[in-house]
Design a protein around this ligand. Sequence first.
Ligand code: PLP
Length: 354
Amino acid sequence: MKKHNFSAGPSILPKEVIEGAAKAVIELDNIGLSLIEISHRSKEFIAIMEEACQRALQVLNLENKGYKAMFLHGGASLQFLMVAYNLLENKAGYVNTGTWSTKAIKEAKLFGEVTELASSKEDNFNYIPKGYDIPKGLDYVHLTTNNTIFGTQFKEIPTTDTSLVADMSSDIFSREFDYSKFDLFYAGAQKNMGPSGITLVVVKESILGRVTRAIPSMMDYTVHAKADSMFNTPPVFPIYTALLNLRWIEANGGLKGVGANNAKKAALIYNEIDRNPLFEGFAAVEDRSEMNATFNLVDDSHAAVFDKLWTAAGISGLKGHRSVGGYRASIYNALPTESIEVLISCMQEFKKNI
Ligand SMILES: *Cc1c(COP(=O)(O)O)cnc(C)c1O
C-alpha cells in the first residue's frame, strides 16, 4: 500500500508524474529507445529541455520579461557559491533565517564582504525578521523564502531597489507570487519540483556579466544561459520528470490552483495543532510555512504513543529535523488532502489515548 508521504525531501511527487517518468525510462514516446539512453542533443531531448524551460517561466508568469530559466547540476548548495561567484563584487546583504541561509552566507564570504541584514538565530530561527534596514550600495540581497527545517516562510518580500536573490528550494511552484521582484532565484528540484539532481535557476539576463573576476565555465551563468543548459550533459531523467510535474501543475490550475489547495491543506494541519492541547506549533504564527508544518509535543514523554499511532496509519517521514526535534509535516503540492486527514485523525486519536 502506498504510504502517506510527509518527507521533507526528496519528497512526494504526483502519481501520474512518477508513472510517466517510469514509462519513459522503459521507452520514450514510442521511439524505440529509453529516455536515459538517447543523446541529450537528439531532437527528442532538445524538445524536452526547451519545453521544460519554457513551461517553468510560463508557470511563474515570467515569460517575455527578460528572464532565462536553466536546469543546472550540483543542488541548491552549489548555488550558494555560484550566486556569489557571479554577482558579488563588493558587498552583499543576507537575511539569515536558518540552516540553509547560514550555509549560503558561509559560501558567499569566499567571494566578497557579506553583511547579515537580520537574523532570527537567537530564537532558533522560529520567525522571519522584519523591519530591518537595507543599506544602499549592496550588490544584492539574498533571502531564503521558505525555511524547510524550521517551517517559516516569507509572506512579504522586503521592498528595495537592490537586486533580490532567493533560495526557493522548498516553496518554488507552491503559491501565486510576484516572482518578478527577484533578479535571480534558484531551487533544488527534490522538494516540490522533481527528483534530486537538478536545480532550477531563473535569472534576469540583464544582471549577468556585472562582476570583473574570471569565472570558470561550469560556474558561469552566462555560459549556461548561452548554451541553453546544454554546456555539458544535463541530468536528463530529472529534467524530464520535472517537465511532467510542470505539466501536472498547469493541468491543476497553475499556481493559482495549487496555491489555493496548499493554503487549504496548511490551514487544516495548523488548526489541529492549535486546537489539540497535546501539541504546540514551532514557528511564529504569522510566519508559518505552507510547505513544512513544524510542531512538538507539549509533553515529550508521550512520544512513543504518538509515533506508534502514525506509523500504524501508514504515515512516513514525519520526524522533525534534529535541530528542531518533534515533528514536521511536509505538505508539498502533490500531497493529497486525504493524507493530512489521516494525520489529523492520528492526532485526535492520540488525545483520546492520553
Ligand atoms: C534542501 C534545501 C537546500 C539544499 O539543497 P541541495 O539540493 O541538497 O543542495 C537548500 N536550501 C533549501 C531551502 C533547502 O530546502
